[in-house]
Design a protein around this ligand. Sequence first.
Ligand SMILES: Cc1cc2nc3c(=O)[nH]c(=O)nc-3n(C[C@H](O)[C@H](O)[C@H](O)COP(=O)(O)OP(=O)(O)OC[C@H]3O[C@@H](n4cnc5c(N)ncnc54)[C@H](O)[C@@H]3O)c2cc1C
Length: 291
Amino acid sequence: MKYILGGGIAGQIFGYFNQEYKILDSDKSQESSRFSLGPRYIEETVDTRILLKFLEESLASREVKIGYFDKEKYVSFSSSFRERYALRSRGRKASHTSLMNSSEERMRVFELSPADLFARLKKENRRRLVKGSVTKINIKRKTISLEKETPLRFSELVSTIPLDVLFNLCRKENTSLKRGWVTFAKIRESYFDMKDFEFVYCLGKPFYRISKHKGYLVAELRGQRDQKSLHLIFGEDLLDSEQRLSQILAGRSLKSFEGISLLGRYAQWDRSVKIEDVAASSCEKYLKRID
Ligand SMILES: Cc1cc2nc3c(=O)[nH]c(=O)nc-3n(C[C@H](O)[C@H](O)[C@H](O)COP(=O)(O)OP(=O)(O)OC[C@H]3O[C@@H](n4cnc5c(N)ncnc54)[C@H](O)[C@@H]3O)c2cc1C
């Protein structure tokens, strides 16, 4: 049997185009949060158009404006801003071009949100979903162990779960992959003047990015911040907060590991991987098959 490990957006996209696979998932995807965690868009590319066309979803798109803010005023993007932003947001020098959304000032995105796409794909793939938490993978025997169930044998495995978690499941020692905590603070719209920008990269503020959502803003801060310290920053404008281990800080990116294909930002340990790249890899296989 062929399995996809992880039913987040990456697992669902790959599963949609590769219907011979079953999807194993413990239901803790990045889309399952109390409020939107930062800016989320599906950029308009050839591959995301193919994906939405297959799903017969609307191809309506719009432009999103991205702001840069330094010392209490909006500024234009510059390479020195980028350098300082890397230190502020990651605590290290900029090492990849995808940081700050490739430094664009605007981008074209679909009206359909990643959350809507995720819900739609989950519905499409529901018959092939196996709920449960994987506790061990035996690469030699090609078996996957789930909590309280007999191990499943696999002929092919595509992993979309974070690479450090996969290493753990395969009992491989992990000394190089490091992730960092991010605190997402949901705050009142009146806290920050967003002008007509949908998200803004910030210097000189306790948060490094702020994004606009329906009826509220979300500020992203490095590290784990408790309610007391968030209150000191946002006061009565603080509405809610969540913490996630979502920053990839160190470690080499990979495309496969011991015969297991890796797909997705955290699975490949590659910060530059976005929904459009996952769609490209998944559609490519699909198109090859129907040729
Ligand atoms: C603030 C922010 C903004 C972002 N904006 C964008 C954006 O605009 N565009 C974009 O493309 N990307 C964006 N990203 C990245 C985005 O989060 C990822 O691309 C995407 O959500 C990751 O999906 P995934 O399926 O790869 O992983 P996940 O959503 O983490 O899914 C992994 C799945 O694996 C399951 N799982 C884990 N361990 C096990 C186990 N042991 N057994 C069974 N199941 C398991 C989990 O339950 C989960 O459902 C953003 C990220 C952040 C933090």
